[in-house]
Design a protein around this ligand. Structure first.
Ligand code: ADP
Ligand code: ZN
Ligand code: ZN
Length: 726
């Protein structure tokens, strides 16, 4: 007797057994296929994990499955195993993890068929002719004739508004329906335009990677503007010539049409991309093209790490330090770390590229687990920018801008270049306070203050999203003297417009780019190259190549200097270096001005005088001394409940019931922001020098938490290798 052991989307960390229906006794059940199963009074899409010979549950208690959705697994075996591995490593319920590795269409149980599987062709041997009156049929036939390689019904409909004549034309034998040929290897010459001639460091990098046979991870540490993308392109060129495919992952907001067009401009092949702004249908189509080998280059954000490839050739993670590669809620996997497992399993090379590599990756390079490649020169004739620490102690500030900075901005604008101003706070002002009594408008659901926005006027909590109208009076003393405290991007924008009324100010933050395509439109404006001011949050920091920016100003470096998070310094150093890297990327020499009250701060001193690599070496020594990652491994268990104290009690109790050697735990303690979105949160940090030990401990611990007496009153989650401690 066979039992179908399946994973279903349930918060429980276990699998469920089902019976094979009478009618399907001869079916070959392959792990990875989707099944429809009864669960309580619902029907769920499940994934078969194994066919077992025994079950712990009595057979008369088990139900048969309802339906077999797939005859063969939609994913290749290795991707399925990778998804299973990730579920275990990240201690995430298997069903949810497996389903998240699939496109949404498939999670819903829809058939795994190719859209446009068939194409319409004109029949060269057609006998019949159309009457002149059948206008629509004629138009349809004409259009089909214009496509000697065939056209899909959807494309016809898009052109003509209808494809209702197709059926008649097929009946009359005027057109034929054929299976779409797989497009792979259609071009023997993949290059559309020749590659740039490489400088020596680029050339070494390309050569080293291209010589690699089989798995190896390369850390490509190249300063901003050093031409890392050119290295990727020339490595991909070789992969394509071997008839293989490339998977390129970029940060969440780095996947712009500009990025994609750089790949399309270079290569004559099918490039598909996948990101969260696409419809499910578009993503599913791209996924199928990748799986079946029709797309030679796949560019995507985090979740694309699970995209199957028919002929994997290389994986590239651009800006590998970027936090968006780690999913920060629910299933908290790291696409960068999974890329290492995947490249290893598929026996291909992996490139991790960054101007500010993560300390983990640098340490792996140091230990020779990764090959370390550096590019310390900017590409072409561009020079690295000159950096100035501008001490603003005691200076009068106008919306965060010192007089000395305003003067420099004016000079650069007079030279008809562009200026980029970085301020990592959106909204008008970070708080609204009462001049009479000191009251500060709080969020009622969080331990946080509300941000004042002016367009449109309202108070907004950036932690839970609650919004409120702006009060006229202080809620404490009734005074009307309410003042906006501090500077956000909206306020800086207003001031810059009044200082430079004749020039455009392009504000780039989550609010100004929320409309679809808004970001693209602003970037297109900037790339026209006219003088103006770019003002924005970290959205501006990443990967952009603005040729005309000569001055970069960081308005407030101080907020990042005193973080309690162990990764705080690393993050600040990366952000400052990346933002600075937007200056002087082509012919113009760049200048960076960093406003601070702490010019003597070691982080700033090291960054300015010795650069990020030097900072990273220092910081790695600090981490070694304090035994923090990458010199140990940590996980955080986060719990939240509507009563204060309950989450803590949950973690406390669980902690007492577990004894394990060589595992250290810290806490439970209240989260840095204990109350958020109306619930009280508590953290428990588990640390160990030995990863397997930590893994073993966590799987037992998670089961204990599931059976905890408070388990149904507390929401909890586990974060393995957390990116931040919040
Ligand atoms: P990175 O990704 O390292 O920040 P980019 O790949 O965006 O840098 O390259 C910066 C600029 O230099 C781009 O305009 C690119 O076209 C150009 N570039 C790259 N390599 C070369 C080269 N070998 N010769 C001339 N220009 C180059
Ligand atoms: Zn007051
Ligand atoms: Zn809030």
């Amino acid at each position: 007797m066979a039992f179908l052991r399946v994973a279903i989307p349930s918060p429980l960390r276990r699998l469920f057994d089902y019976l094979v229906p009478e009618t399907e006794q001869d079916t070959d059940f392959i792990p990875g296929i989707r099944l429809l199963v009864p669960f309580g009074n619902r029907q769920l899409v499940a994934i078969l994990v194994e066919v077992a010979e025994q079950s712990q549950v009595a057979t008369n208690k088990l139900k048969p499955i309802l339906k077999i959705i797939d005859k063969t697994p939609p994913q290749p075996k290795f991707i399925f195993e990778l998804a299973l591995w990730a579920a275990q490593y990240y201690q995430h319920p298997t069903g949810d993890a497996l389903l998240q590795s699939l496109p949404i269409h498939l999670r819903k149980g829809e058939p795994c068929e190719r859209l446009h599987e068939y194409l319409l062709h004109a029949n060269p041997d057609a006998q019949e002719t159309l009457s002149a009156r059948a206008k629509r049929q004629q138009a349809t036939l004409e259009l089909i004739k214009l496509h000697p390689d065939g056209i899909s019904k959807d494309a016809l409909k898009a052109e003509l508004g209808s494809n209702s004549s197709v059926k008649i034309l097929l009946e009359k034998g005027l057109i034929l329906q054929r299976h779409r040929p797989h497009l792979s290897r259609q071009h023997s010459e993949p290059l559309r335009e020749p590659g740039k001639s490489l400088n020596p460091e680029q050339a070494i990098a390309v050569e080293q990677i291209n010589q690699q046979r089989g798995y190896r991870t390369f850390l490509l540490d190249g300063i901003t503007g050093s031409g890392k993308t050119e290295v990727y392109l020339q490595v991909i060129e070789k992969v394509l010539k071997e008839g293989k495919q490339a998977l390129v992952l970029v940060p969440e907001i780095g996947l712009t049409p500009q990025t994609v067009s750089r790949f399309k401009a270079r290569f004559n092949v099918c490039v598909v991309y996948m990101h969260s702004n696409m419809s499910d249908k578009q993503r599913f189509k791209a996924w199928l093209q990748a799986r079946d080998g029709d797309a030679q280059i796949v560019i995507g954000t985090r979740s694309a790490i699970f995209t199957p490839l028919a002929r994997p050739g290389i994986i590239i993670i651009d800006e590998e330090h970027d936090q968006s590669f780690k999913q920060q809620e629910g299933y908290r996997y790291s696409a960068r770390d999974l890329a290492v497992v995947r490249a290893h399993g598929e026996n291909v090379a992996l490139i991790l590229g960054s101007a500010t590599p993560s300390l983990e990756s640098l340490q792996n390079a140091k230990l020779n687990r990764y090959s370390y490649l550096t590019i310390m020169q900017r590409a072409g004739n561009a020079k690295p920018p000159v950096v100035e620490l501008l001490d603003i102690k005691g200076c009068e500030l106008q919306a965060g801008l010192s007089a000395a900075l305003i003067e420099q901005i004016r000079q650069h604008l007079d030279d008809r270049t562009q200026v980029l101003i970085f301020l990592n706070r959106r909204g008008f002002a970070p708080s609204l306070s009462c001049h009479n009594c000191g009251w500060i408008a709080p969020c009622r659901r969080c331990d946080a203050r509300l941000t004042l926005h002016q367009k449109p006027p309202h108070l907004h909590c950036h932690h839970c999203g609650s919004q409120k109208p702006v009060p006229r009076n202080c809620l404490d003393c009734g005074s009307t003297e309410l003042t906006a405290q501090g500077t956000g991007t909206e306020r800086a924008e207003q001031t810059l417009i009044s200082l430079f009324p004749n020039l455009p100010v392009w504000r780039i933050d989550r609010d100004s780019t929320s409309r679809r395509n808004a970001m693209q439109e602003i970037i297109a404006e900037i790339n026209k190259g006219d003088p103006g001011i770019l003002l924005g949050t970290q959205m501006l920091a990443k990967g952009h190549h603005f040729a005309k920016v000569s001055l970069v100003a960081i308005l407030d470096a101080d907020s990042g200097l005193f973080s309690t998070d162990f990764r705080g310094m690393e993050r600040t150093a990366q952000l400052i270096t990346q933002v600075s890297g937007r200056a002087g990327r082509e012919k113009i020499l760049g200048k960076v001005v960093i406003q601070t009250h702490h010019p003597e701060h070691p982080l700033l001193q090291t960054l300015v005088h010795s650069g990020y690599q030097s900072f990273a070496a220092d910081e790695l020594r600090n981490r070694a001394t304090s035994g923090q990652p990458p010199f140990s491994h940590i996980s955080i268990i986060r719990a939240e409940a509507s009563n204060p104290g309950r989450a803590e009690a949950f973690l406390q109790l669980a902690k007492l019931t577990t004894g394990f050697d060589k595992i250290i735990s810290f806490g439970p303690f209240p989260a840095p922001m204990e109350k958020k979105a109306g619930v009280f949160r508590s953290h428990l940090v588990i640390q160990s020098g030995k990863r397997p030990l930590l893994q073993q401990f966590l799987s037992q611990f998670c089961l204990q938490l599931e059976h905890h007496p408070l388990a149904n009153k507390v929401r909890w989650s586990i974060d393995v290798d957390p990116y931040d401690m919040f």
